[in-house]
Design a protein around this ligand. Sequence first.
Ligand code: SF4
Length: 623
Amino acid sequence: MMADPFCCKFMTDYLKQKIKHAPRTPGVYMMKDEEGTVIYIGKARDIRSRIRSYFGGTDSRFMVPFLVSRVCDIDFIVTETEKEALILENNLIKEHRPKYNVDFRDDKAYFHIRMDLREPFPRFQLVRRPKKDGAKYFGPYPSSSSAKETLRFLQPIFPLRTCRKQELNSRKRPCLEYEIGRCSAPCCHLIDAAAYEGLARDAAAFLEGRTKRLLVDLRDRMKNAADQMNYEAAAVLRDRIVSIEHTLEKQRMASMDARDQDVYGVYREDDMTQICAVLIRGGNIVGQKIFPLIRIGGETAEIVSALVKRYYDADAYIPAEILTPVAMEDGAVIAEWLTEKKGRAVSVLTRQKGKGAAILDMAQRNAENIFRTERLARDNPEKTIRILAEKLHLKNLPVRIECFDISNIGGRQAVGSMVTFESGLPLKARYRRFRIKTIDGADDYGMMYEVLKRRYLKKDDLPDLLMVDGGKGQLGVAVSVLKDLAVDNIDVIAIAKEKRDERDDVLKKGPFQVKKDYDRIYLPGRKDPVNLSHWPATLFLLQRIRDEAHRFAISYHRKLKEKQDLQSLLDEIPGIGGVRKKALLKYFGDAAHIREAPQETLQKVEGIGKATAAQIYDYLRKQ
Ligand code: SF4
């Protein structure tokens, strides 16, 4: 028997009336507290019956009693279809960020490869977030290193320019990239525009996983070139075909239906939920997306549904197939919505048997593993620290750890970072960043030496453990700095990422082979690195600290680079000499403010007339 919705002790007469007259159509409902703040937004096929389930005790989610005790009013928005309701619900949640809706905000940025095929002589670019700017985005890649590795093998096969537009237009001779076969030198017209365009399109096809068709096409073109006795062009195409085949063979992951899939794993314990998605592109596992561990009750299907809607609404790449561990009630509506968004068929399914079930199982185990390591490190930092001291044979218990990283591009805007963790937690007040002062050029060891020396010169407030991001080389630098400064009683380690091909247990039966990142720990006086993978919580702690140092260094480096880029941009504006540039900087403070200034404000600067202001404004907008 259905519970009486009107027995709920929280119901006011006003609310009872409102629910009684709620529409019986698809739409969105917005629950508000006594101050009129929206505290929950949901969508339903039948609004009235959905609302009744909250107040009638038939909704068993743990947050429902708290929610209904605060609801004073409900607004309804009727839609034609459930799909419209879903889109509206997503938009409204983004706008209001209601307290009781699950917040799947994920600040971790993933990497994408961007190609704008509309620009003359397109190139690969590594970016964090895709924009709706008409360019093509490939990925996501779970780390910058995996995206860079893809570019490393792509660049010789598809030798697109690596330089910026300005350099492309101003070079008189090709740069080193051409010499080493990584660029076809459009700057000096060593490739014609049509051939270059073909090259860029082939690269995009490859990144989209359309390798089969690409190879057929390349073979046709090679044959045509040979028929026309253009043996040089035929040889270039032959080499490209061989490289692509070699790469595909090396990856040996031609799996399933070579489709793009996101496969979700969910692990739940008590009221904590860990979700991850295994990312498969063109049949290859390219990584996984880990969502933050959240405290939430309720049905797994509902949680996954909420996450999927938020994730793909936020410009994430939409694959052809989404596999979830449980069937979602609104799976068909989500598929319809995503199909429309992508412009191609998207299916949202679950699988009970076959390869689909195996990969779902793998995602599931990944989620469990992530949960365990995350929780272990969070719940028991003392134990983690003790194990760390024991396994690495440290002199001290590493309660306070300082970790260093260097960030630069070819030695430019070189910076160093230091992050401090105490008892497993970041101590942000003790973070430091360093602008490299004594090293010119790409000398990472020299930079590390400078940073460590500046930090430990005063010998105050020393940590228990000093960690550097890198291998034996960086470790050697750290040891010699401490020796030069006569600082003892600090343990020193280095953490280095290494790659290894490995088959996944479940997928041993299938053709999958995945390239996994392994972190190795180097210790002074020991030839071989230590493998901490059997103590995941300790490894996880060190990885977390290293990633934080990396993030901190990169963000500082990026800030300096942006500043520098903007300064150079000012130098390039036609008709703006030193005096006017100085006046602009004096008025606005920095180049970033100049770029954002409206034309009218630019005009206010001494020596900048209407025409010059328009010229500056147009130039900066174009860039
Ligand atoms: S060879 Fe020319 S086009 Fe290619 S990266 Fe160098 S400067 Fe740019």
